[in-house]
Design a protein. Structure first.
Length: 140
């Protein structure tokens, strides 16, 4: 009986399994806001439903800094980005399309009331601009 349950779990988690490939892509993240932890995850049903993302993809990236990372090449091409900055502001965006050598620039207005992710292709040309949901995490 346990074998059947395990098999069903693997079958039902098909979209999650597709995201785990050995192939990676290189992506650069530019932070124009506060120092922050950033998660870049495949856009799967499982990842959209959870608030437990594991270890940050990029940890403590300072304002004005950029970092090039390797992430799993998710065959669907769509990713979610979750950000928590040092001021405990939470940012969330879905439907971010990423390919090899793409750049993600995270920026806000001066008041931090409007935030966006600008995705650039490998030539530095804008591919998309995505509004970012914002919130404030509760105090400990």
């Amino acid at each position: 009986m346990c074998f059947l349950l395990c098999s069903c779990k693997e079958k039902d988690g098909g979209s999650e399994l597709k995201s785990e490939s050995n192939k990676t892509i290189s992506v650069t993240f530019i932070n124009d806001v506060e120092k922050a932890d950033i998660w870049i995850l495949p856009q799967t049903k499982e990842n959209l439903k959870t608030s437990l993302w594991g270890t940050a993809t990029i940890s403590k990236l300072k304002s004005g800094e950029k970092k090039t990372i390797s992430i799993n090449d998710f065959e669907e091409g769509r990713y979610i980005v979750r950000i928590i900055d040092d001021d405990k502001a939470y940012y969330s965006a879905n439907d971010i399309i990423l390919k090899e050598n793409y750049i993600i620039r995270f920026k806000t207005d001066e008041t931090k009331y409007e935030a966006e992710l600008v995705t650039l292709d490998q030539n530095g040309e804008a591919v998309s601009t995505t509004e970012v949901f914002q919130g404030v995490l509760g105090a400990n």
